[in-house]
Design a protein around this ligand. Structure first.
Ligand SMILES: [Zn+2]
Ligand SMILES: [Zn+2]
Length: 153
């Protein structure tokens, strides 16, 4: 896979590029991701923030409370509503959890980790060689353990 890779929302008002590979690509089968995506699961490509660049437009942010003091920043196009990336815990988060279906070329994306398999829809077949978690672990390899606010989704 070569970089940069480009992507954007459905209407084209917001465009971005990533200049380096993801730390990980994961699928999340939690019910929040099912609701947000309107589908069976969500995917995320965890991109270090220095490798994520907006090249057109400014996305809008919806903050979802994930606990008493925790929020998930959800960034989307204000014109077409396409969800573009998440920042668990907000601005202290060192990555952008990019919704990788918004990339122009999605052919190279393979989720190697699956979260919340206990709420996966029954017809979803998770590959044998994937790492799977019933829910999601407290400590994630690509996230420094300095804060418990830095969780995926
Ligand atoms: Zn748009
Ligand atoms: Zn989720």
């Amino acid at each position: 896979m070569s970089f940069p890779q480009t992507g954007g929302c459905q209407c084209g008002a917001v465009r971005y590029e990533i200049t380096g590979p993801p730390e990980v690509v994961y699928a999340c089968h939690c019910t929040e991701c099912q609701r947000q995506s309107g589908s069976a699961f969500a995917m995320a490509a965890v991109i270090p923030q220095e490798h994520f660049h907006l090249t057109r437009g400014v996305p809008e942010m919806f903050a979802r409370a994930t606990g008493q003091t925790k929020t998930m920043e959800c960034w989307f196009c204000r014109d077409c509503g396409t969800r573009l990336y998440h920042m668990p815990g907000g601005t202290s988060y060192p990555n952008r959890n990019v919704k990788p279906g918004t990339l122009d070329d999605t052919s190279w994306l393979v989720p190697t980790v699956h979260f919340w398999t206990r709420s996966a829809q029954k017809w979803v077949v998770i590959p044998e060689d994937a790492i799977r978690y019933d829910t999601q672990p407290e400590i994630l390899g690509w996230i420094s353990p300095r804060s418990d606010e830095q969780r995926p989704e």
